[in-house]
Design a protein around this ligand. Sequence first.
Ligand SMILES: [Zn+2]
Ligand SMILES: [Zn+2]
Length: 137
Amino acid sequence: MKIIINQVPAEGLYLEEEIESTQLDLATALINFRSPLKLAARINRITNALTIDLNINGVIFADCSRCLREFEWGLNKNVRLSYSLDSSDVFIDLKPSIREEIILDYPIKPLCSLNCKGLCVKCGKNKNEGGCHCALT
Ligand SMILES: [Zn+2]
Ligand SMILES: [Zn+2]
């Protein structure tokens, strides 16, 4: 999302845009995206500054660090970004800030649920799907 500074009217501007996660380089070994992220921005300009109230919405897929099964969670984040403007600035590119805001919320160890029981260390069965018999022997 790019904002061309002289196109922001005095009363502000509302922009919506979809952005591919690949454009933001968001995938990691554990986290990926299958649909574009939705951005909605309310932009206000005050002399030498831009204030942007941004909503980031999307679906994140991650591999559970305990049971390895993939799960998804909804990303819905509101952030306020501020930029001070230089007279030479023609546009502001929000991409780096958007990327940072999303990655800040990545869990270090993604879990499909707080109660995830993980895999049996002996037979590898997913213990969320019922018990195995290893504990009995
Ligand atoms: Zn799990
Ligand atoms: Zn087992």
